[in-house]
Each structure stands twice: as C-alpha cells, then as structure tokens.
Design a binder for this molecule. Structure first.
Ligand code: ADP
Ligand code: MG
Length: 610
C-alpha cells in the first residue's frame, strides 16, 4: 500500500491552467517532457471530441463558434449576470435550468462544469505523464471572491474529471504559500494578480498558518489581452501609414495583429526595443517594424493605473495603508511587464516577491498544500532569500561566512583559503549554516574532502571555495585548488525546517554573543597567524645570520616569546599588538621568508616533472 498518495495542486485559470507538486528538492510545476507546464484553458469541439490546450488556442480564430474559452467566467452564473459577458463571447451561451447557462455547439450543449472538467482532464493527463503514476486527488484554486456556488461548481468539475477535490483554496493564498509566507506566523500580505483577462488584488491577513481574506478588489475585464489590444491598434496604425490599402479588420488579420502584439509585449518584458514582422499572406503583404518599451508603457499606462486604483480600494476596504503591508506577491503572466512591477513597487514602497514564475506560483502553492494534506513534510522551502548565513569551517573552529543571511537567491560567492600545515594533501570542507562566529554554535549541513592536492608548504595552496544557491534554495559547494586544479564539490539543502521560534532564537543568540564571539574569533585568528609567522621564521632562521646583527636576532627571539605568552592568554588586542611588534622586527627578512617558500614550491615542481 502506498503511504503517501500524491495530491497535486491545480491552478484552473481563465486563460491558462497547470498542475504542480512537491519533489524531494522542492515544489515544481508539472511539465510535458522538455515542454511547458501551461495548458491554455481553451477547448474545441471536433467530430464529437474535445481538443484542449495549445492546439485549441490555435483553432480559436479558425473555428470560433466551436471553440470555447474563458469558461471560468461562466461558472455558477445565471443568464442575467452574464448578459454583458455573453456579448463578448463568439460562442453561444443560453439559459438552462435553474437560471444557469449552457454552451451550445451545433446540436450539443454543455454545462460550464463539464467544460472545466475537460480542461482538468488535460491537466490531469499531463500530470500523470510527468509523474508516471495515476493521479486521483487534487487541490484546486479559485479566486478569493468566488462564492459558495462557484466553489461547488469547481468541485463538481473536478469530480467529473475523475478527481477527488481534497480542498479548494484561494489563488492569492496559494501564491503566498508558494513563497512560504504561511510560515511567518503573522503579517499582512497583498497579492497582485494580473492575468490574461482579469485583475485581482487581495489583502490577506496571516494569523497562525491561516490566511484570512481582508478585502479583494479588481476588474474582471482587465489583463494582458487588453495590453495586446492596445499594441495591436498601434501596429495597425504603423501598417496603414505605409500601406493605406491594407485590410486589417477581418478575422485573420485581427488575429495575426493580436498574435504579433503579444510577441512584442513579451519581448519588451526583457528588452527595451524589439523588431517585428507581420505577414498577411492573403494580401501578399509583409511589414517589418520596430517597437520600443517606452511606447508600450505609454499605451498601457492608463490600464496599469486602473489596477493601482483597485489596490487603493482594496487597502481602504481592509482598513490598511500601503506601509502596513508586510509582503507583496506578484501573480499572473502580465505581472512580468516591467512597468507593472515598477508601479506596484512604488505604491507599496517595497520590492514585490517575484522570484517564483508568476504564471506557475498559484499552482506551486496548491501543490505544496496538497503535499501537506497528503502528510508530506515541509523540510524545504521556496524562499526568495537565504534565511541563515552559509559558510565553512576554518582553522580553530571558526565559521567563515560566504553568503550572509537575507541574500536573495539565486546567489553565488567565492573566497580563497589556504592550509596551515605543510604538505597537506587532503583538505576538509565543512559546511555550516548559522549566525555565530564558531561552527560549534551553527548547524552542520555537510562536508567533503578535496583530495589529491600536491604536497606544498603551509600557506601556498590556494583553495577557492564557491557557494552557489539556486532558485530552489539548493546549495552547491565547490572547492578547487588553483595551483593543481584538483577539485571537488557537493550539493546540500539548507535546513529550512526551522520554526519561527527557532529562527528568532538563532538571531537573538547571535546578537547576545556577538562581542564575546568576536573576541574569541579574533583570538583564534591571531593565534593561527602567530603559528604561521613562527613557522616562517624557523624556516629562514639560518639565512638571517647573514642579514641581521646578533642583537637584532636576539630581539626577534625575545619578541617571539612575548607573542607566545600572549597567545596563551585571552586578550586578542594585546596579542595583535605584540605580533605587530614582531612584524616590525622581522620586516628586513620578510623577503627571504617569501622567496624561500617559493623556492620550496619550485623544487617540488621540478621533482614532479622530472
Ligand atoms: P490567467 O490567470 O488569466 O489564466 P496567466 O496568469 O497565465 O492568466 O496570464 C496570461 C497573460 O500573461 C497573457 O496575457 C500573456 O500574454 C501574459 N504574459 C505571459 N508572459 C508574459 C511576459 N513575459 N510579459 C508580459 N506578459 C506576459
Ligand atoms: Mg491566474
């Protein structure tokens, strides 16, 4: 018997749908092998069968009366409330029993639940192919403003698709869970969701691990499609200026204009300027042009402003000011538009959470919820920052931090270390997480050994240690000895199972022990330095006879004793002072020490290559 049945998360969207689940390394959207995760929420009826997804989306212009999209808008709605909506839709929607509606295609008719079920079936199929196992249970998301009837209709759609809907959760809540905000214990979260055809802003209050919806606002007819329409209008003006004879109002031309507009928009989300070509094969016309991000921003600015007005409304309804918001989460493909992010950031006065793919974040949160409901643990977390510093153990048990707490991920840092013992051929890299100065007070994450380092005097090996934290929070630690090229690496997952209390305790302790830790650390470091200096002096001692007077050599000997004495005590400042004094006395022979060390290496090199 399987102990942990997989409960996938499904984002059943107006424009796009997809599923996600939790793997050992974290939550991820389920994708076609080598392909995308997103399935357009579009279906076409052909020869008594449904075609769902990308293929249906392509058919939308060729078979408009047989192609259904935006089904989500019809869920549990009566004909009255859909009057205006129906005027926009190219397919036929008619009244059915109990005030509800059905979509008519030829002689057949379908309830919105059945249509949604077809989309869910496609999502389920893709999930089963990705996971290579049958899936029977799911968590499905709905907008926060969905009423009981709409939620029930969504459950029914799941059942028709052969899925047990274990739970229905709010889309903004799912997004917040994806970012691990439910583990914060308390706070106010604003979730800004700009999709293809809808905009929602939700203000959530977190207490315990439960999100309460304080307020929602939005616009059911504002989204990326409207951006496309404005860009398409501009494209039309471009084309007509050069080809006044072009006919651009037909179905094919309109759809090509829209498609090109969307490509332009998406391209301008990552560049400031783009080139496009528009082909109208039926009119034997090819048109090439340029579009700038500035122009797109001008066009869409009023629409973006509308979303901000909604944000203000929602804040007002929740009785909150922008500065009361602890976290802002960006959701929906259109939240990738740089102007949108910029304006949202300005409104809330803080950088929004954007690390997780905005068109996958809702499904990912639902996948995490499903995983928890299936009895899964949350020992990984999708955080956009590194909660505790990461580093390695250095001589004397000190903790050298390479990546400090609160760095955003992905992150990378490297530092060079060396050996303190002659002829060390294996170097241990011991990885820790924490805020204290000594590894004994931190958490060990793993260790590995860099082997095969050629024997060299202490201080000569150059070991470059690199930490790389990927977007899933997985840490790869690599070490390479630069002179020999020997390398080794390991992958570790930071311990994210920390509760808030634990996190707070770790932080508090770090502050509490800061001064005492620092003293202790300096003492260890200075002792290590003193050892290294002594070794260097010993090595060249015989050579110094030619360079120094007996009195100078006598003074060095005496000062070495003073340093040794202070190394045995616990005052790092005094120890450092005496070491500096020793440094002054040995300065004339410093060059000898260095070239001697280099000679040793050269000798080794010749011996090896002989
Ligand atoms: P929904 O929640 O309505 O199902 P999505 O969140 O999937 O929709 O958003 C779809 C919208 O996101 C489309 O209008 C699409 O053009 C837009 N979009 C996707 N990627 C980008 C991008 N890189 N830049 C701008 N818009 C994008
Ligand atoms: Mg959505």
């Amino acid at each position: 018997m399987q102990t942990n049945e997989t409960i996938i998360g499904i984002d059943l969207g107006t424009t796009n749908s997809l599923a996600a689940t939790v793997f050992d390394h974290g939550a991820e959207a389920l994708r076609e092998s080598g392909g995308g995760a997103i399935i357009p929420s579009v279906l076409t009826r052909q020869d008594g069968r449904w075609t769902v997804g990308e293929e249906a989306r392509q058919l939308r212009t060729r078979a408009p009366e047989r192609t259904v999209y935006s089904v989500k808008r019809l869920m549990a709605q009566d004909i009255e409330s859909l009057r205006e909506e129906i005027l926009r839709l190219p397919y036929t929607v008619k009244q059915a029993q109990r005030g509800l509606v059905k979509v008519h295609i030829g002689a057949e008719s379908f309830t919105p639940q059945e249509l949604s079920a077809e989309i869910l079936r496609a999502v389920k199929r893709r999930a089963e192919a990705a996971l290579r196992q049958p899936i029977a249970k799911a968590v499905i998301t709905v907008p926060a403003f969905f009423d009981d009837a709409q939620r029930q209709a969504t459950r029914d759609a799941g059942r028709i698709a052969g899925l047990e809907v274990v739970r229905i959760i709010n889309e903004p809540t799912a997004a917040a869970i994806a970012y691990g905000l439910d583990q914060k214990r308390k706070g106010i979260v604003a979730v800004y969701d700009l999709g293809g055809g809808t905009f929602d802003i939700s203000i959530l209050q977190l207490s315990g691990a439960v999100f309460k919806v304080l307020a929602t606002h939005g616009d059911t007819h504002l989204g990326g499609d409207d951006f496309d329409a404005l860009i398409a209008e501009e494209l039309k003006r471009h084309v007509l200026a050069a080809h006044p004879e072009a006919r651009l109002d037909g179905a094919l031309a309109s759809s090509l204009l829209r498609k090109t507009a969307e490509l332009i928009k998406i391209d301008l989300s990552r560049s400031l300027e783009t080139e496009y070509t528009l082909e109208l094969p039926d009119q034997k016309l090819t048109f090439a042009g340029r579009f700038t991000a500035d122009r797109v921003n001008e066009l869409i600015s009023p629409l973006v402003q509308q979303t901000l007005n909604s944000c203000h409304e929602a804040l007002k309804a929740a009785g909150k000011r922008p500065e009361d918001i602890d976290d802002v989460v960006m959701v929906g493909g259109s939240s990738r538009v740089p102007l949108v992010r910029k304006r949202v950031q300005a409104l809330f006065g803080r950088g929004p959470n954007i690390a997780i793919n905005p068109d996958e974040v809702v499904a990912i949160g639902a996948g995490i919820q499903g995983h928890l409901l299936a009895g899964g643990r949350r020992d990984y977390v999708l955080l956009d920052v590194i909660p505790l510093s990461l580093g390695i153990e250095t001589l004397g048990g000190t903790f050298s931090k390479l990546i400090t707490a609160n760095s955003t991920i992905p992150a990378e840092a490297s530092e060079e270390f060396t050996t303190y013992v002659d002829n060390q051929t294996g170097i241990d890299i011991n990885i820790y997480q924490g805020e204290r100065e000594f590894v004994k007070d931190c958490r060990n994450l793993g260790r590995f050994r860099l082997k095969g380092v050629p024997p060299m005097p202490a201080g000569l090996p150059r070991v470059k240690v690199t930490f790389h934290v990927d977007t899933n929070g997985i840490v790869n630690v690599g070490a390479v000895e630069q002179r020999s090229g020997q390398e080794a690496s390991i992958e570790v997952i930071p311990s994210h199972g920390l509760t808030n209390d634990e996190m707070e305790r770790i932080m508090d302790e770090a502050v509490e022990h800061a001064i005492e830790d620092l003293n202790q650390r300096q003492l260890v470091e200075f002792r290590n330095m003193a050892e290294a200096v002594f070794r260097g002096i010993d090595k060249v001692w015989d050579d110094t006879e030619a360079l120094l007077t007996p009195l100078e050599r006598e003074e060095i000997r005496k000062q070495m004793d003073v340093v040794r004495q202070h190394a045995g005590q616990s005052d790092p400042v005094a120890l450092k002072r005496e070491m500096d004094r020793l440094g002054d006395l040995t300065r004339p022979v410093a060059d000898v020490i260095i070239s001697k060390a280099a000679l040793t290496e050269l000798r080794r090199f010749y011996e090896e290559t002989r």
